[in-house]
Structure formats: structure tokens, C-alpha cells
Design a protein around this ligand. Structure first.
Ligand code: PLP
Length: 401
């Protein structure tokens, strides 16, 4: 019996994470001696601020070596409740908060906790690769709605309302968005909230992991702060992006108590409380200064301007202006059907692979983000690398006729 036949159907049905797949190929080329510029992974290129690292060292010295409570240490849940009030105008008590092993884990927990087989989850596209796979694992049905390029890839309230059916259980989106960098305005979120208010059985999962990397003057608005739908919104956030703590693996949900209790019940059987040392570090991140986070944001903003400017000079690229996060997401469909004489580019998967092979620049095809005309380019890299990558891409695509 082959191993594929032996695996559970739910695992056979899963796609491999496209971002991780691309990173693997780029590493292979680098190991062969090629000078690969890797712009495929969604990770800050900064180190975790020192005051947060110091808190982790202290936690080790202070003996936080044992199991922690399933939903997280009380002081961390209190710090998160304070942060939500301070930054997001959301009032929840520590008992409404569950800390997990990264925002990814939090998202998966909520989907498994709320979605029954056959129930529909509306996903605003382009969307982060894992959303639809998590829904698949829960045996739910993803209903993908496309945000138009001309609306900066954002879904309109009308589109959202038209997608609601009696089977809709959840709607999920990230703002700022990965991969487009789009930010939903307060007015847009209030309009979406007004529709949600008409459907008490529908829940909203607001993924705010890029909250601090927002370049708009108005800043971040949390849909969970709208009182009429407070009990229907699950706010998901963490420390990975804003505090440059991807490897520490701390994420959280803030939600109505019955949802938080459900997530805690699931987590209690599957993973238990997350890493004790990382929790102590995250407590300091949530309670402490945001000075370093703002400095990182300024660097991402400068790089966004740099990269968008350079990409817009490339023939045929259509490039939106990201209002947050650290990605550029050019539409490269102009090159579909073109060839370098050997390889014909059919879609963004081909484009991304060809650019890796020809320019040694690792990107991620938009296919797995629900945007098959685009490729994602991370701007979380040094300026020189970004400049060189854009030059290499420009030189390579000039070969496509
Ligand atoms: C939109 C979005 N949500 C959630 C996550 C996961 O965050 P974490 O590293 O905290 O699991 C990511 C990471 O890439 C992301 O891009």
C-alpha cells in the first residue's frame, strides 16, 4: 500500500503551504551556489526588541519551566485585554482571551471550534494561504469572494452580502492584508458590520496580525470595536509581525466567553498552554513601548515606496499601492502566453518558478492566495537586496516575447 493511500483523506486533501514550498526550492538553488534573493517568506527581517528578549531570559532564570494554564498565564491575558482597550477600543476581560501557538494556531482553533461539516466560511480574497486549508480540515466549505484590483483588492459590502446563504457560519479576512497590503477603512468595516448585525448566526474572524504595519493616516480600525456586533467578532492577533517575533509563536483570540471556552477546550486536548518563556516575553511586548514597532513600520513604508516604484517601471506589471504589511503584489498576467524560447509562461505559478530559475529571485505565486494573476514579493529585506531583485526581474522579463 502506498503512503498516500494510507494517509487520512483530510491530509491527502491538503495543499502544501506554497510559501514554504518556494522557500525550500530557493534553499536548494542557494545550496548549489546560486545567489538567490529570497523574497518569498512573510517574515520581518528585524530582530526581536531587546527589552522583550530580556524578559524571556528573566523568565528562564525565574523558573517558568512548567506547564502553563491552557488559555495562557493570567498576567499575559490581562496584558492582552489592556492592549485591546488601548489600541483597538475593544473591551474584553482576560477570561475572553485564549493564547495559542501563533495567530495561525488561533485561526485554526476558531475554525475547528465553530464550523460544522458543510457550513460555509466566506473568505475575502486575495487571502492568506492557510485560510481555505484550515476550513477544509474542519470539513467546512470555503466561499471565496474576490476583491477587485481597482478597489485595491478589497471586497465591497455588497459583494459580501450577496455571498451570504443560510449555511454561512463565518466570514474571515485580514486587514492589513497578506498578500495585498490592503487596509479596510473604518467606513468599509462599519458597512460590513451593519450587514453582520442583520445575521446573528454569522461570526466574523478579524485577523489583525499586521495591525502595527499600517501606513494610512487614519490608522487601524478593529471591526470588533463595533458594539452591535461585539459578540459576533473574534479578533485574532499576536506578536509575530509587529514585534518581529515570528519564531516565538504567540497568538491570541479575543471573543465572547462561550467561543473562548470552546477554543480553550479544544486546545486543552490538543496542545495545552503554549510555551511558558514566550508567554512571559509576549507579556512585556503587549505591556511595553511600541517605539521599536513604529521604527520597523517606518522602514517597511520606505521599502514599500522603493519596491512599488521599481516594479511600476517594469513593462506590463500592474502594481497596487499597499497600505500596510510588507508585501508588493504585482499583477503579471501581461506575461501569460509569452516565452523565453524554451519555457512558456501560462500562469503565475509558471511565472514565479521561471523568475526563480532565471533571476534567482524567490517570490510566491498568487494562485494559492486566490489571485492567479499576481505574485507576492516580500519587502521585508534590505534595500540593496530589494533594488537588486527588482533589477534582476526587469532584466529577466525582457526576455519574454
Ligand atoms: C494574514 C496572516 N495571519 C496570520 C499569520 C500567522 O501569524 P503567526 O506567525 O502568529 O502564526 C500570518 C503569517 O504569515 C499572516 O500573514
Amino acid at each position: 500500500m502506498s503512503s498516500i493511500v494510507s494517509l487520512a483523506d483530510r491530509i491527502n486533501a491538503l495543499e502544501e503551504s506554497a510559501t514554504l514550498g518556494m522557500t525550500k526550492k530557493a534553499r536548494e538553488l542557494a545550496a548549489q551556489g546560486h545567489k538567490v534573493i529570497s523574497l518569498s517568506v512573510g517574515e520581518p527581517d528585524f530582530k526581536t526588541p531587546k527589552h522583550i528578549c530580556d524578559a524571556a531570559k528573566k523568565a528562564i532564570d525565574d523558573g517558568f519551566h512548567g506547564y502553563s494554564p491552557v488559555a495562557g498565564y493570567p498576567d499575559l491575558r490581562k496584558a492582552i485585554a489592556d492592549k485591546l482597550k488601548r489600541d483597538n477600543n475593544i473591551e474584553w476581560n482576560p477570561e475572553n482571551i485564549v493564547v495559542s501557538t501563533g495567530a495561525k494556531h488561533s485561526l485554526a482553533n476558531v475554525i475547528s471550534t465553530l464550523v460544522n461539516p458543510g457550513e460555509e466560511v466566506i473568505i475575502f480574497a486575495p487571502y492568506w494561504v492557510s485560510y481555505s486549508e484550515m476550513v477544509k480540515l474542519a470539513e467546512g466549505t470555503s466561499v471565496i469572494i474576490d476583491g477587485a484590483f481597482d478597489n485595491n483588492f478589497k471586497v465591497t459590502p455588497e459583494q459580501f452580502e450577496a455571498a451570504i446563504t443560510p449555511k454561512t457560519k463565518l466570514v474571515m479576512f485580514a486587514s492589513p492584508n497578506n498578500p495585498t497590503g490592503s487596509v479596510y477603512t473604518e467606513a468599509e468595516l462599519r458597512a460590513i458590520g451593519a450587514i453582520v448585525a442583520k445575521h446573528p448566526n454569522i461570526f466574523v474572524m478579524a485577523d489583525e496580525i499586521y495591525e502595527y504595519i499600517n501606513f494610512t493616516d487614519a490608522g487601524h480600525f478593529s471591526i470588533g470595536s463595533i458594539p452591535e456586533i461585539k459578540d459576533q467578532v473574534i479578533t485574532v492577533n499576536g506578536v509575530a509581525k509587529g514585534h518581529a517575533m515570528t519564531g516565538w509563536r504567540i497568538g491570541f483570540i479575543a471573543a465572547a466567553k462561550w467561543i473562548a471556552d470552546g477554543v480553550e477546550k479544544l486546545q486543552g486536548q490538543v496542545t495545552s498552554g503554549t510555551n511558558s518563556i514566550a508567554q512571559k516575553a509576549a507579556t512585556v511586548a503587549f505591556n511595553g513601548t511600541l517605539e521599536e514597532a513604529y521604527k520597523m513600520k517606518e522602514a517597511y513604508l520606505r521599502r514599500r515606496d522603493l519596491v512599488v516604484g521599481l516594479l511600476r517601471e517594469i513593462e506590463g506589471f500592474k502594481v497596487n499601492m499597499p497600505d500596510g504589511a510588507f508585501y508588493a503584489f504585482p499583477d503579471v498576467s501581461y506575461y501569460f502566453g509569452k516565452s523565453d524560447g524554451t519555457t512558456t509562461i501560462k500562469d503565475s505559478d509558471d511565472f514565479s518558478m521561471w523568475i526563480l530559475a532565471d533571476a534567482f529571485v524567490a517570490t510566491v505565486a498568487g494562485t494559492s492566495f486566490g489571485a492567479p494573476n499576481c505574485v507576492r514579493i516580500s519587502t521585508a529585506a534590505a534595500d540593496e537586496q530589494l533594488i537588486e531583485a527588482c533589477e534582476r526581474i526587469k532584466t529577466s522579463v525582457a526576455k519574454l516575447k
